[in-house]
Design a protein. Structure first.
Length: 366
C-alpha cells in the first residue's frame, strides 16, 4: 500500500494510535501562489490559533508519532511557533513543518534549531528564479536558497544534527523540465531528500491545465523524472516520485485511518484537502469537470474531547469506507497466490470511497 506523505519523513513508533496530526497554526500567508486555492477567493480568512487553544491539544500528542505544524498558511508567521515546537517536543512526537522560508533570518533560524524541531521542508516551484518567482508570487528563489544555506551553516556552527531539511517541489507543466537542475541545487545545499508532489487541490482552469499527471505528454514527463532519479542516485539524494498515472488506490496517501487535520479554529477533519478555509461549498476541478464540494469536519477539539469526535457516527462511517477498501485490497493481494480467486477481481473493484473523496485526485493515487 502506498506510504503516507508524512510517513516518508519520520520513523514510526510502535504502539502509537496516530501516525500524524496536521495542525494549522495560521491561515495567513505572505505569498500569492498561482496554484493556491486562495487565488479564487478575495476574502481568504487570516486567522491564527491562539497559544491557549494550542495547549488544549497537548494531552493528545502522546499518542501521535509526528505533529506537522502546517495548514493553509505560513507557519513562520505565527508568533508562538517556537513555543509550540517546544511544547510538542515535551509530549514526545516528532515535530516539523513545510515552509516558503519567507521571513527567516539568522536569529529565527537559530531559535528553530535550538527548539529542536525535527524536520523542515522548503517549498520550491522552480529551479530558476524566473520560473519559481512567477509561480510562487512574492517569493524570491535566491533568497530562499540563501536561507536554506544559512540553516545548514547554523546547524554546523551549533553542532546540531536536526532539523532534517528537505525540499518539496510541486510539479507543474511550467516547471517539470527544471527537476534535474533541482537535484543539482539540492546537492550543492547539502539536502539529502527531495520530494516531488502533484497538484491536488485544483480550483481553476489554469491549475487544471498545469497538472502533469494523466496527460498526453506523460512519456516526456517520465523521461525527465527518470533523468532526475539518475542524478539523485549519483549524489545519494533520496528522491520521492509521485505517480503520473491515475489509478484506484484503496487508501489515499493522506491515510485518514491514522492521520487527521486540525484547522486554526479547532475543526477536526480527515485531511487538509477536505477543509480549506473557504466558503462552503467550495469549487474543485476533477478530471476536467467542475464540482462543488462541502467542507468536512466532524467536531471541534477546542470544545469537545477527541474520543467523542473520533467515535462520531459519521466519522466512523467515513473511515469504514476506507477500511472496506483496505480489506478488499488485502483480499486481492492474497488472491495472487490463488488463480481461482484472482478471476473474481477486476480493476476498479474497490468499494466506493466517501462521497467527499470521489472528486479528489488523492483517491487516484497521484
Amino acid at each position: 500500500m502506498k506510504k503516507g506523505f508524512w510517513q516518508y519523513f519520520f520513523q514510526g513508533s510502535a504502539g502509537k494510535d496516530f501516525s500524524a496530526w496536521q495542525v494549522e497554526l495560521t491561515s495567513r500567508c505572505p505569498l500569492k501562489c498561482r496554484m493556491c486555492n486562495r487565488v479564487e477567493y478575495e476574502e481568504f480568512p487570516r486567522k491564527d490559533m491562539s497559544l491557549d487553544n494550542f495547549k488544549r491539544l497537548l494531552p493528545y500528542f502522546k499518542d501521535v508519532e509526528a505533529v506537522v505544524l502546517e495548514g493553509w498558511g505560513e507557519s513562520l508567521l505565527h508568533k508562538n511557533l517556537i513555543e509550540c515546537i517546544r511544547l510538542v517536543k515535551k509530549e514526545g512526537p516528532q515535530v516539523g513543518f513545510v515552509t516558503s522560508g519567507k521571513g527567516l533570518n539568522e536569529t529565527y533560524i537559530c531559535e528553530l534549531i535550538q527548539a529542536e524541531v525535527d524536520f523542515i521542508g522548503f517549498s520550491l516551484a522552480g529551479a530558476t528564479s524566473k520560473t519559481h518567482d512567477s509561480i510562487r508570487v512574492n517569493s524570491h528563489l535566491p533568497t530562499l536558497l540563501n536561507n536554506i544555506q544559512a540553516f545548514q551553516e547554523m546547524k554546523a556552527r551549533l553542532k546540531f544534527p536536526a532539523p532534517r531539511l528537505h525540499i518539496v517541489y510541486l510539479l507543474l507543466k511550467e516547471n517539470i523540465r527544471e527537476v534535474p537542475l533541482l537535484i543539482k541545487i539540492a546537492q550543492e545545499l547539502g539536502i539529502e531528500e527531495v520530494v516531488l508532489i502533484n497538484l491536488i487541490h485544483v480550483t481553476n482552469a489554469w491549475q487544471d491545465e498545469q497538472k502533469v499527471f494523466g496527460h498526453q505528454g506523460l512519456k516526456d514527463f517520465e523521461k525527465i523524472l527518470e533523468e532526475a532519479k539518475r542524478k539523485a542516485g549519483e549524489h545519494k539524494i533520496k528522491l520521492k516520485l509521485p505517480s503520473l498515472s491515475p489509478g484506484d488506490v484503496p487508501v489515499c496517501a493522506e491515510n485518514p485511518l491514522r492521520n487527521l487535520y486540525i484547522s486554526s479554529d479547532g475543526e477536526v477533519s480527515p485531511c487538509v484537502y477536505l477543509n480549506p478555509p473557504l466558503p462552503t461549498p467550495f469549487k474543485r476541478f476533477f478530471q476536467g469537470k467542475e464540482f462543488l464540494v462541502d467542507r468536512v469536519n466532524f467536531g471541534n477539539l477546542f470544545r469537545e474531547p477527541l474520543q467523542g469526535i473520533w467515535n462520531d457516527r459519521n466519522y466512523v462511517e467515513f473511515r469504514n469506507c476506507f477500511e472496506r477498501r483496505k480489506k478488499k485490497y488485502e483480499e486481492m493481494a492474497l488472491s495472487l497466490l490463488d488463480p481461482d480467486k484472482r478471476k473474481g477481481f477486476s480493476e476498479g473493484c474497490f468499494p466506493d470511497p466517501p462521497e467527499f473523496c470521489k472528486t479528489c485526485h488523492k483517491i487516484l493515487g497521484v
